[in-house]
Each structure stands twice: as structure tokens, then as C-alpha cells.
Design a protein around this ligand. Structure first.
Ligand SMILES: NC(=O)c1ccc[n+]([C@@H]2O[C@H](COP(=O)([O-])OP(=O)(O)OC[C@H]3O[C@@H](n4cnc5c(N)ncnc54)[C@H](O)[C@@H]3O)[C@@H](O)[C@H]2O)c1
Length: 325
């Protein structure tokens, strides 16, 4: 259960790329709270400087402002590191439809630079962010590792390519890699302001401002919303998992799905609001349903998520009430 009991050797050093972003900053904070050293790396293409400033209160935290598309930056960042948690990437399916070349450079070449630098610097293991989007046009539910369809967005293909390179670096060069296919992660510090913000931050921000949100499509599409604490648990357990778990990618989710209409109603109830949403056109590249089977992560990594969507939403809303004051 959870991750707070996990033990690493004293002085263990983690490199967290994308440290200024939503998931990266939460990983940094969790590891620093456990007493280990964290080196953060981010180019602030999407992350927030405030997230890094908050982390500077920990004496075990250091930060490199840099870009994973630069191989030398990755080599410097991996020097003396035990574990890399690679979160740096450009997210958003719709934005990737507009700029596929940028996504390839950033998400594929950038991640490959990290694998290559980690290999050259003798890093013990690289745990990297993949995505549920690799299931693409497969209609199979729940999503099970090994039953992927074809990618339906440039973003999805970049994550599939990352998994291919991770597999190659493991099989051919012996670099231990573990891929995490996150399913709609939510929680504190997820940015509600960007044009490409995720659905939960947008809905919460609008409800707190008494504004209706737009739901793309009819709201019947479902997602396996996953609270950030479960994602932290999976990252840290992946570092400690037996070697047999390496060279693989795992679903990281709670294992239950919720429609956007249900999500909206839950948020209205939690915030005590009665504001009807508006409906807009479906978004290209979006998949209709998403639900994870998490048996593989349970079996090989010992993942045992504590937080369901309801507990996660309650905690998240408390945070937004403070953050958006
Ligand atoms: N949030 C989700 O629901 C979700 C779902 C599936 C996969 N993922 C993946 O998880 C990872 C983290 O996502 P997030 O939600 O925290 O996104 P985020 O945008 O909040 O964080 C990503 C961070 O990476 C940084 N970054 C981007 N390109 C970089 C580069 N070239 N060099 C250095 N830093 C760079 C950004 O500035 C940002 O701070 C990403 O790889 C994303 O694709 C997230």
C-alpha cells in the first residue's frame, strides 16, 4: 500500500525530468519528503517556475534548467544518478495534431537522449512516462498490455516510439527501463490555465468561477481517472521492482472508468454547484473509451493503488480552492 514505507539506500540520487510540470513536481516532492536526493531538469516549455521555487526549500534538491533534446545536457544531468524518472515531454493529443515534427523532436529524440545518457553514465534504471494513448484505435476494453491498436495521433506515436527505444536499450545495451502508461492523471499542481489543460482542472476552475464548461462530444466518453499519489507509488515501486519487470510497459491507472458527464456531476456535487455544461464537437484523435487492466503492474511491480477517483477528487478540489483563490 502506498510508497511511504519504501526504502532506498541512503544517498540515492534521482533525476526527475519535467520537474517543473504536474507529475514531475509531485514526484520530486514525494522523493524529497522520503529523504533522498533529487536533481530536477526542465526547460519550462510547459512547467511552472513556482513549482521549482517550492522544491528549493529542500536541501536535497538541485535543478538544471535545460532541454532533453540536447544530448550534452542529458549526459550532465545523468552524471552520478541512480534512477531516472523521465517525465519531460509535450503532452496534449490535439496540439500534437498541429505540430507533429515538434512532438517527434521533443518526445522521441528527447527521451532517446535520456536513455542514451543513462546508459553511458551507468544509471541503474530509467522509469519513463508513456501513455494510455498507445492503445490507439483498439476498441478492446479493458486495455491490456500486448493488445495495442494503431496510434491515432502524433502524440500517441511518440510514446509508442519511446517504448520501442526503451525495449531496444534494455535488450541490446542492458539499460534497465520500465515504461508507465499513465491513464488520465489528476491531482494537485495540474495546470488549469493552459489552452491545452486537462479536463479536471478546467472543470474545477470553471465551477469555482461559476462558469459552465464545454464538454467535447456528448460526454459519454469514459476515462480511467488516476490520482497522482497512485502514479508516485508506481514510479517508486518501478525503481525497486525485480529485474524481470524491466524492458516492459505497464498500465498505470485505478482500474475503473467514469464518463465525462459523471465526472462533471461528481465535481458539481463536491463543490455544491448546479451549473449545466455546454456540449461542443468531438476532438480529433480522442479515443471514445479508456479503462485499464492493472493486473500486470500488480503482479510484476507490486502496484496497489490506494486512491479511487472520489478520494482523489476531494483532495484535488481542496488544493484548487487554495491555489485559485
Ligand atoms: N497528465 C496525464 O494525464 C498524462 C497521461 C499520459 C501520459 N503523461 C505523460 O506524463 C509526463 C508528464 O506529464 P504532465 O502531465 O506532468 O505534463 P506537464 O506538461 O505538466 O509536464 C511536463 C514537463 O516537461 C517539461 N518539458 C517538456 N519538454 C521538455 C524538454 N524538451 N526538455 C526539458 N523539459 C521539458 C515541461 O516544461 C513540463 O514542465 C509526460 O511525458 C506526459 O506525456 C501524462
Amino acid at each position: 500500500m502506498g510508497y511511504k514505507h519504501l526504502k532506498f539506500p541512503e544517498g540515492t540520487v534521482f533525476l526527475v525530468t519535467g520537474a517543473a510540470g504536474f507529475i514531475g513536481s509531485n514526484l520530486c516532492e514525494a522523493i524529497l519528503s522520503l529523504g533522498y536526493k533529487v536533481r530536477g531538469l526542465d526547460n519550462f516549455s510547459n512547467g511552472r517556475r513556482e513549482n521549482i521555487e517550492q522544491l528549493r526549500q529542500y536541501e536535497n534538491f538541485s535543478f538544471i534548467e535545460g532541454d532533453i533534446t540536447d544530448p550534452d545536457t542529458c549526459l550532465d544531468a545523468c552524471d552520478g544518478v541512480d534512477y531516472v524518472l523521465n517525465q519531460a515531454a509535450w503532452g496534449s493529443v490535439p496540439r500534437s495534431m498541429k505540430m507533429p515534427l515538434v512532438y517527434n523532436a521533443n518526445n522521441v529524440s528527447g527521451t532517446m537522449n535520456i536513455f542514451d545518457a543513462a546508459y553511458k553514465k551507468g544509471v541503474k534504471r530509467v522509469v519513463y512516462a508513456s501513455s494510455s494513448s498507445v492503445y490507439g484505435d483498439s476498441a478492446v476494453l479493458p486495455k491490456v498490455e500486448g493488445q495495442e491498436g494503431r496510434p491515432i495521433s502524433p502524440y500517441a506515436l511518440t510514446k509508442k516510439m519511446d517504448e520501442e527505444y526503451a525495449d531496444l536499450y534494455y535488450r541490446v545495451f542492458g539499460l534497465e527501463t520500465i515504461g508507465l502508461r499513465y491513464f488520465n492523471v489528476f491531482g494537485r499542481r495540474q495546470d488549469p490555465h493552459s489552452t491545452y489543460a486537462a479536463v479536471i482542472p478546467i472543470f474545477v476552475k470553471n465551477l469555482l468561477n461559476d462558469t459552465p464548461s464545454v464538454i467535447n462530444g456528448d460526454g459519454s466518453q469514459t476515462r480511467d481517472f488516476t490520482y497522482i499519489e497512485n502514479v508516485i507509488e508506481m514510479n517508486l515501486k518501478s525503481c525497486l521492482a525485480p529485474k524481470e519487470a524491466c524492458g516492459e510497459a505497464y498500465n498505470v491507472a485505478y482500474g475503473e472508468n467514469t464518463s465525462l458527464n459523471q465526472l462533471y456531476d461528481k465535481l458539481c456535487a463536491l463543490l455544491g454547484k448546479d451549473i449545466k455544461p455546454n456540449y461542443g464537437p468531438s476532438r480529433a484523435g480522442d479515443i471514445p473509451h479508456s479503462l485499464a487492466n492493472i493486473d500486470k503492474a500488480r503482479r510484476l511491480v507490486g502496484y496497489d493503488p490506494d486512491y479511487d477517483i472520489n478520494e482523489g477528487l476531494e483532495l484535488t478540489i481542496e488544493w484548487y480552492k487554495e491555489f485559485l483563490k
